[in-house]
Design a protein. Structure first.
Length: 297
């Protein structure tokens, strides 16, 4: 079994398996940078903190997201978040003006969505069969969940958190029948994390299972383009509840389809990254990874 910067990599390794191994070091680097962001540490310092040579860390970041560690650091600093937010004030208005809304709305992952009926949600998923599997991803282990109608859940877990991640997702639909079937969910994960597979003629179908209000919030999240951001209060205005920013925050926190439904692109009014159900370190990592996809051809 080969190693990547000291980490065991399956042989032969798939791109997602390599990315998952890379992420373990990326996570450590992001956590270190977050603790010392005011000093803007140099690559050599970050590399020493995670125990790898500076050149190796640079190569890892280029392979993982297409950016150098320094460029990644700039992409996830508070100052950039504020600038992106300022530039994105009307991003949702623009999306609506361009017709990027409704059941057939396509975003950067080319997603089409539908919602379960209110009755199906109220019964806690009774009669619903959900197949699930754990898979490597660029952001650690991913738990993918799907029904016959499409992807209904995507969560993340660090090492040793698999059981807790599954329990967290099962609590959302306590009466559904859960079947472990990684063979069924593997194609979904490959489709989600491979930008080359983000094709308009092969949209990813997702299924929302939540209250009417939550579904409206999640649909609004789908309108936030990659590399952009918005605020809870802006979303509140777009769902017709301008004074319900706190309720919007709760709905964003309950988003069951992470990454695909980009709740990580929601910031506080000042540009603060605020909370994230799967951890702020992972939120910073996702935003930096997306910045690499936006900034590189």
């Amino acid at each position: 079994m080969p190693k990547s910067l000291g980490l065991a990599v399956p042989s032969p390794a798939t791109p997602l398996e390599i990315a998952a191994c890379d992420y373990d070091l990326v996570r450590q680097a992001v956590a270190y940078v977050t603790q010392h962001v005011r000093r803007q540490p140099e690559v050599e310092e970050i590399a020493a903190a995670v125990g790898v040579p500076a050149r190796a860390l640079t190569d890892l970041f280029r392979r993982w997201c297409g950016l150098t560690p320094k460029a990644f650091l700039q992409a996830v600093t508070l100052d950039r978040a504020r600038r992106v937010l300022a530039e994105s004030t009307n991003v949702l208005d623009a999306a609506l003006e361009l017709g990027l809304s409704g059941p057939g709305r396509l975003h950067d992952l080319f997603v089409v969505h539908e919602a379960m009926s209110p009755g199906e949600w109220k019964t806690g998923g009774a009669g619903l069969e959900i197949r699930y599997g754990f898979h490597p991803s660029p952001f650690g282990m991913a738990l993918a969940m799907g029904t016959k109608r499409g992807l209904c859940g995507l969560a993340f877990a660090d090492a040793g958190e698999d059981v807790a991640a599954l329990a967290d997702m099962r609590r959302r639909w306590p009466n559904a029948a859960f079947v472990e079937d990684p063979a069924a969910t593997a194609p979904l994960v490959k489709r989600i994390f491979d930008p080359e597979a983000w094709r308009q003629d092969q949209p990813l179908r997702i299924v929302f299972i939540g209250t009417d209000f939550e579904v409206r919030v999640w649909e609004t999240l789908l309108r936030i383009p990659m590399g952009r951001a918005t605020t809870y209060s802006t979303i509140a205005g777009h769902v017709g509840k301008p004074l319900a920013a706190r309720a919007v925050g709760a709905a964003v926190g309950k988003n069951p389809i992470s990454f695909v439904v980009p709740c990580h692109r929601v910031l506080g009014k000042s540009g603060d990254l605020t909370g994230y159900h799967w951890g702020l370190t992972r939120k910073r990592a996702i935003l930096g990874w997306e910045a690499g996809k936006v900034l590189t051809p």
